[in-house]
Design a protein around this ligand. Structure first.
Ligand SMILES: [Zn+2]
Length: 76
């Protein structure tokens, strides 16, 4: 199941949202739907069903090399 990181335009916070089916994500802090998806969330690749990527990183929301989204292995 895909999890994406979002940035809320309304309150300025970042949060992760687990998408079930076509459920529309909204800010978990202020319920705003004025949000942007952050593409390069570590450990999850947002192109199609990345089964192998999901499996190796299922227990963590970041890659093994860093805790942010900017290292070399994050952008693979
Ligand atoms: Zn918000």
């Amino acid at each position: 199941m895909p999890i994406y990181e979002y940035h809320c335009e309304t309150c300025g916070k970042n949060f992760e949202f687990l998408t079930f089916g076509s459920e529309k994500p909204k800010c978990e802090f202020c319920n705003s739907q004025q949000i942007n998806r952050l593409i390069s969330t570590c450990g999850f690749v947002s192109k199609g069903k990345a089964g192998e990527v999901t499996r190796q990183s299922a227990s963590a929301s970041s890659c093994s090399g860093c805790s942010s989204t900017s290292c070399g292995s994050c952008s693979a």
